[in-house]
Write a protein that binds this ligand. Structure first.
Ligand code: PEP
Ligand code: MN
Length: 351
């Protein structure tokens, strides 16, 4: 439920309401707006009589949250969530879309990873991606270097200052992955691994939650809700394509409308991964541009020093020169959008 406080309600009045709800085991999210303070309280509504809450000083109105995803819903938080990093990088809100680039898997040859990382840094990307634990469809495919891969990523971070994004596939590996990663990734296949979502919720690590290949928007946001409900608000959603009926030309169907839908119904940032969405290198640049125009808070793409020899997902990895070209074009696109004041439209049209 949402408790809207009177304009000018005091900190003390707000605290009294919060203490009361917390004593009934409600989870609280407070939004201090310019005029009104709004308290989102998630818990067992039967324990609270609305009229008893209305008798607290400073309470103006009580509403129920209609969406099944409560904490992730824009009803409970009007302002966009912005996920911030210690080096000042921010994802979400009015910030420029971020770029996450790197190979699908961290491979034995660390020089290749470092080459990609340096190119990413040089071109203005903020994050290096690379899987050390790989969710592969076949058990015969490369499964990842595990901790050695995490160490390689840490070395690349050390050399470039890029933040590191890497996937966690099992709750048991979570502490290890958290030790190395700046952002943990929950892969599409694990979007509904509820036990892992719960464990991630108990950390404070920023997390990229990828949309399951057959998940609706509601299921996607409810998966985010599991993380938030357990205490971690730093969720970044990632649209990476959903299953279609024709996989002969693209691996998945990129649902770009999901960006607008998510912005309307949720305050969480959403990024787009055109590599996994299309499975085709030549589609990464046009779909990256489209994602940015659609209002995405970032793009994540696979880049490899030698995609033909990549240990996974080479066909959807850019070469370094292709990546550099894409980055130049994205930067020109951003200049046009910003100089024509179009970014505001992109972010606000849906709300
Ligand atoms: C990946 O990012 O390499 C990956 C496996 O992605 P997804 O979970 O979207 O398939
Ligand atoms: Mn991949």
């Amino acid at each position: 439920m949402i408790i809207i406080m009177e304009p000018g309600a005091t900190k003390e009045q707000i605290n009294k309401v919060v203490e009361h709800l917390e004593s009934l085991d409600f989870k609280i999210n407070i939004n201090y707006g310019e005029v009104l303070t709004v308290i989102a309280a998630i818990g067992d509504k039967r324990l609270v009589q609305p009229h008893s809450l209305m008798s607290f000083d400073g309470v103006r109105e009580i509403k129920s949250i209609q969406d099944p995803f409560k904490l992730a819903s824009r009803e409970s938080q009007k302002e966009d969530t912005v996920v911030e990093f210690s080096n000042g990088v921010k994802i979400g809100g009015k910030n420029r879309p971020v770029v996450i680039a790197g190979p699908c898997s961290v491979e034995e040859n660390i020089d290749g990873l470092l080459e990609v990382a340096h190119a990413a840094k040089e071109m203005g990307a903020q994050f290096l991606r690379g899987g050390a634990f790989k969710p592969r469809t076949s058990p015969y495919d490369f499964q990842g270097l595990e901790e050695k891969g995490l160490k390689y990523l840490a070395q690349a971070r050390e050399e470039t200052g890029l933040l590191v994004v890497t996937e966690v596939m099992d709750t048991l590996d979570l502490p290890l992955v958290c030790d190395y990663a700046d952002v943990i990734q929950v892969g599409a296949r694990n979007m509904q691994n509820f036990k892992m979502l719960k464990a991630i919720g108990k950390t404070n690590k920023p997390v990229i939650l990828k949309r399951g290949p057959a998940a609706g928007i509601k299921e996607f946001l409810l998966a985010a809700e599991h993380i938030m409900y357990n205490g971690n608000p730093n969720v970044i959603l990632c649209e990476r394509g959903i299953k279609g009926f024709d996989s002969s030309y693209t691996r998945n169907v990129l649902d770009l409308a999901a960006v607008g839908v998510i912005k309307k119904y949720s305050h969480l940032p959403i990024i787009v991964d055109p590599s996994h969405a299309t499975g085709r290198r030549y589609l990464i640049e046009p779909m990256s541009k489209a994602a940015i125009v659609a209002g995405a808070d970032g793009i994540m793409m696979e880049v490899h020093n030698n995609p033909d020899k990549a240990w996974s997902d080479g066909a959807q990895s850019l070469t370094i020169p292709q990546f550099k070209r894409l980055m130049k074009h994205i930067s020109k696109l951003m200049e046009v959008l910003e100089s024509e004041d179009l970014t505001e439209d992109i972010v606000s049209y849906a709300k």
